[in-house]
Design a protein around this ligand. Structure first.
Ligand SMILES: *Cc1c(COP(=O)(O)O)cnc(C)c1O
Length: 362
C-alpha cells in the first residue's frame, strides 16, 4: 500500500471539516482493578434469556435477506404504541433514522437547528447531507433555550432537533416549552423529538413526544432499542412520523438495513417489556442514588432524567476524566465543556462517587 497522502482520489470537501465520531472508550483499568465502561450510555445488563433465544433462532436464517418492510416488528410496535403501522419507519439505530430525516428534508444549504451541546451525531449528519448546522447554546442549567431556537428558524430551516433528555447534559424539555415552540415554528418545518432515553424519564412535566406527534403533522418522534432495551449492538431504532414523512424515511433508508436478528430481538424485547422495565427501574433508582450522593457531596450538577450524569467542569474536565480512568471508570469527556458518566453497574457507580468525593465538589 502506498502512503495515504499519495492517493489522488477526490473526496467531498465537507469531510475534512467533520469531527470524527468519538466512540466511548472500551473498559481498561490499572492492574487488579475492575474496569467499568461508563462512556457510551449502554445498558449494563446483558440480554434476557428470551431475547437471546430469539437471537439464536434469528441466526438460523442469515443466508436470507431480512424482511425489508420490517413487517412483524411494525405490527408489534404499532400495537404497543397505539400508532398506525404506516406511521412507523425503521433504521439501523435511531442515528441512521436521523440521517434519513435530514436526507429527506434538506437540500444543499438548507438549515438544521439544534441546541449545543447536544448529541454529537447532529452536526455530522447535518453536514454530510450538505445542510448547515445552526447551533443554539444551552442555558446555565444545561437546558434547551427553545425561545432562542424558535428565533433561529428562518425560511431556509427544514429541520429542528430537540433532544429530550438532552445527551450529554441530562435535563428534559418540558411540555409547556415545546408546545409554545411548536406554535411559533412554521408547520412545514420538521421538529424531531429525540427520545432516546424516554424510558428513564420521571419528571412529570417532561415532553411526551407521542402526544405532541398526535397533534402536530410536523412532529417526528425518534426512539431506539439501544438504551433501555439493551440492544445497542444490534442497531435498531425507529421514527413515529405522519404518513408522508414516514414514507420519505423509508425511501432514504439503507435497503435491508435492519437485520433479521435485530428485528426478532426487538419483538422479543417488546414481549419482555415487564422484565426489561424492572431493569430500567433499577437503573433509575441507581441514578437517583448517585445524584443524591453527589448533591450531598456539594456538587451542583444539571438535573438528569436519563441514564447518565454530566459534570460541567470546563477546563477541569480533563483532570476529572483522568481521575475517573485511573480508578477504572471509562467516561466520556467533551473537550472543555464537561464529562458525562453513564449509570451502570452498582459497583461502578459507587466507584464514581468515590472519585467525585476525592476530586472535591464544584
Ligand atoms: C444513543 C442515542 C441515540 C441512538 O442511538 P442508536 O443506537 O443509533 O439508536 C439517538 N439519540 C441520542 C440523543 C442518543 O443519545
Amino acid at each position: 500500500m502506498s502512503e495515504p497522502t499519495d492517493n489522488p482520489v477526490r473526496l467531498r470537501h465537507v469531510l475534512s471539516q467533520l469531527p470524527d465520531y468519538v466512540p466511548g472508550k472500551p473498559a481498561a483499568a490499572p492492574a487488579g482493578v475492575t474496569a467499568y465502561k461508563l462512556s457510551s450510555n449502554e445498558n449494563p445488563y446483558g440480554p434476557l434469556p428470551s431475547v437471546l433465544s430469539a437471537i439464536e433462532q434469528g441466526a438460523t436464517t442469515v443466508n436470507r435477506y431480512p424482511d425489508m418492510a420490517v413487517t412483524a416488528l411494525t405490527e408489534r410496535l404499532s400495537t404497543a404504541l397505539d400508532v398506525p403501522p404506516e406511521c412507523l419507519a425503521f433504521g439501523t439505530g435511531s442515528v441512521a433514522v436521523l440521517a434519513q430525516i435530514v436526507a429527506a428534508a434538506c437540500d444543499e444549504g438548507d438549515e438544521v437547528v439544534f441546541a449545543w451541546r447536544s448529541f454529537e451525531a447532529y452536526p455530522i449528519v447535518t453536514q454530510l447531507a450538505g445542510a448547515k448546522p445552526v447551533m443554539v447554546g444551552l442555558d446555565e442549567q444545561q437546558r434547551h433555550r427553545l425561545d432562542a431556537m424558535a428565533a433561529a428558524v428562518n425560511d431556509r430551516t427544514r429541520v429542528v432537533l430537540v433532544c429530550t433528555p438532552n445527551n450529554p447534559t441530562g435535563p428534559c424539555v418540558h411540555t409547556s416549552e415545546l408546545t409554545r415552540f411548536l406554535d411559533r415554528v412554521p408547520d412545514d418545518v420538521i421538529v424531531v423529538v429525540d427520545e432516546a432515553y424516554v424510558e428513564f424519564v420521571r419528571d412529570p412535566d417532561a415532553v411526551k413526544g407521542l402526544e405532541l406527534w398526535r397533534e402536530h403533522p410536523n412532529v417526528v418522534v425518534l426512539r431506539t432499542f439501544s438504551k433501555a432495551y439493551g440492544l445497542a449492538g444490534l442497531r435498531v431504532g425507529y421514527a413515529v412520523a405522519h404518513p408522508p414523512v414516514a414514507a420519505a424515511l423509508r425511501k432514504t433508508a439503507t435497503p435491508f438495513g435492519v437485520s433479521s436478528i435485530a428485528q426478532v430481538a426487538a419483538i422479543a424485547s417488546l414481549d419482555a417489556f415487564a422484565e426489561l422495565n424492572d431493569r430500567v427501574e433499577s437503573l433509575v433508582a441507581e441514578r437517583d442514588r448517585v445524584t443524591q450522593a453527589l448533591d450531598d457531596q456539594g456538587w451542583k450538577l444539571p438535573a438528569s432524567d436519563a441514564n447518565f450524569v454530566f459534570f460541567p467542569l470546563g477546563t477541569e474536565s480533563a483532570d476529572f476524566a483522568r481521575a475517573c480512568e485511573e480508578a477504572g471508570i471509562m467516561v466520556r469527556r467533551y473537550g472543555d465543556d464537561g464529562v458525562r458518566v453513564t449509570i451502570g453497574e452498582t459497583e461502578g457507580n459507587s466507584r464514581l462517587l468515590e472519585v467525585a468525593e476525592s476530586f472535591g465538589a464544584r
